[in-house]
Design a protein. Structure first.
Ligand code: CA
Length: 537
């Protein structure tokens, strides 16, 4: 028996989990995050999946459409769209006909989020605490990826677009479970900023400096590679320049569309991980979309392009009759980057990319599955990027997840699939109570920063913006502040986290402390790992 169980707080009676947290706490394995179990919904979800498999004759497909630095408030269905001068009709339709999450959590920046989605593990376990930049070593080579697990059970797998989970030979997508990869290894600005006279005149206008960057050991091309391939120039397509960068998303979209159409008649189920270049700074819209948004700025033009691309891929699924066997997730990898304004996105919450404030880690999350996910739902139930791996694996029939490491994700099948159900309890009509996740653990690099449980967000430390050294302060230009007595916010009453409630909510402290202690205790047996942390590694 473990000792640091949540019930030890005394706040949750042994049979009181449903009332306090929305489900029965299930400590089902030592190397797994406890999940909230809703037995009736779990059964309903599993039956739905079995019936579909019987009808279709194969396991479901998974389509992840992950954008870069698009904020919680950018799409129309999250309060943006027309308000931002960038209508997003395709995303809005998806939300209207699917499940729109209001509490979907990423990590504070690109690579930690993507690696977490790909491994089911928090950055403090996979070790990618910050994005690897300009050839920094590190990656997924010691991890087990979602694509590898799916490939083992017969899935066709494709990674398209942005990778940014390491570019060493064992970490690139074509060698990490994907049959084929078409995209770039890093992040958009790494290929363009030093080529742009507006940002780097000291490099652009100095042939010696320019050549030095060209010689730097990071790949500067759009890549097309099958499993096992790594050597350049065999896999290199065009070099990414200020001209060619404009059309990358269009080319990647064409590739994904072709893949989707080609799989319509296949016996194999598939996993498509499509990471867009947009809307990471700096945005260079293709000619077709330049000036097309009402706002006419590069960010908004590219947001409109992203919506259009998603619309094309959705249509390909629709026209080939694959919608009813495909789970779709549309999301973004972190909150807005504020240091690059006006080429940046929007969140109504406090903070931005790089922080553990809600603005940094609460991202859009729309799930859609025709006939499987009840249309038109909105839920504040917690969903963390690390939940994708166990959820998808459970749907795909992956029998065993790795036993030699801690998996932070929980199986969210019943949350996504069961829908509002007349289970006879008073909150049954509100899907917000149906998440299988009780807590979100927010780490700021290698420090446990905050914990969210229900509406409560409790901080030990967080990023303080520095308004003196930049006109557009953001997460990366801030510094970590440790709070003497902690801060407690109620996110329903105070979504912007401006009014700490700590002194009035002490009764919850034993419960929150017990949940946090349980989380921290997992590191005794499964130690932290730090491989990429800022510019220091
Ligand atoms: Ca990002």
């Amino acid at each position: 028996m473990e000792t640091n169980r949540w019930h030890d707080s005394g706040i949750i009676p042994p049979d009181g989990g449903e009332r306090i947290l929305g489900g029965v706490i299930d400590y089902y394995a030592e190397n797994r995050e406890p999940r909230l179990l809703h037995p009736a919904w779990q059964k309903a979800a599993e039956e739905k999946l079995a019936q579909l498999e019987q009808k279709i004759g194969k396991k479901p497909n998974f389509f992840v459409f992950i954008m870069d630095d698009v904020g919680w408030g950018d799409m129309g269905c999250y309060g943006g769209g027309h308000v931002r001068g960038a209508p997003t009709p395709h995303f809005d339709r998806l939300a209207a006909e699917g499940l729109r999450l209001t509490s979907c959590y990423s990590q504070p920046s690109c690579s930690p989020s993507r690696a977490t989605l790909m491994t089911g593990r928090l950055p403090i376990r996979h070790g990618i605490l910050t994005p690897p930049m300009y050839g920094q070593p590190g990656g997924l080579d010691q991890e087990v990826s979602l694509a590898e697990l799916l490939k083992e059970v017969g899935y066709a797998t494709r990674a398209v677009g942005k990778w940014h989970c390491g570019e060493n030979k064992s970490s690139v997508p074509q060698n990490k479970g994907f049959d084929e990869f078409y995209g770039f290894y890093g992040v958009s600005d790494m290929y363009t900023e030093w080529r742009d006279n507006y940002f780097y005149p000291e490099i652009v206008n100095d042939p010696f400096m320019f050549q030095a960057v060209m010689n730097a050991k990071f790949n500067k091309h759009n890549i097309l590679a099958k499993t096992g391939q790594y050597d350049v120039p065999e896999i290199e397509q065009e070099e990414i320049t200020l001209e060619t960068v404009k059309d990358l998303d269009e080319k990647w979209a064409a590739y994904s569309e072709s893949f989707i159409r080609s799989m319509a008649t296949s016996d194999k189920p598939w996993f498509l991980y499509h990471g867009t270049r947009g809307c990471h700074f700096d945005n260079y819209p293709p000619d077709k979309f330049k000036g097309r948004s009402r706002a006419s700025y590069p960010f908004t033009d590219v947001l409109v392009e992203m919506d259009d691309i998603f619309g094309r891929l959705f249509r390909a699924l629709e026209e080939t009759g694959q919608l009813e066997n495909t789970l779709i997730l549309v999301t973004s990898d972190n909150g807005p980057e504020m240091e690059s304004w006006p080429d940046s996105s929007y969140t109504p919450f406090r903070g931005s990319k790089g922080t553990t404030w809600e603005g940094g880690i609460r991202v859009p999350g729309i799930f859609y599955w025709k006939g499987m996910i009840e249309p038109g739902q909105v839920s504040d139930g917690l969903f963390d990027f690390c939940d994708m791996l166990p959820t998808v694996c459970a749907m795909a029939g992956v029998e065993n997840l790795p036993q030699d490491r801690f998996i932070d994700g929980v199986d969210q099948r019943s949350f996504l699939l069961a829908g509002p159900s007349p289970a006879g309890i008073y909150w049954a009509k509100d899907p917000s109570w149906m998440s299988n996740r009780a807590a979100v653990y927010a780490w700021l690099l290698d420090e446990q920063s905050a914990l969210r449980v229900g509406p409560w967000k409790v901080y030990d430390c967080a990023t303080e913006m520095d308004y003196r050294d930049t006109v557009t302060p953001g997460g990366f230009s801030g510094h970590t502040v440790h709070y003497t007595y902690g801060k407690v916010f109620n996110l329903f009453l105070d979504p912007k986290e401006e009014h700490s409630f700590a002194i009035r909510k002490l009764v919850y402290m034993p419960l929150l402390a017990a949940i946090k202690a349980h989380h921290l205790k997992t590191f005794d047996k499964y130690p932290k790992r730090i491989q990429i942390k800022g510019t220091s590694s």
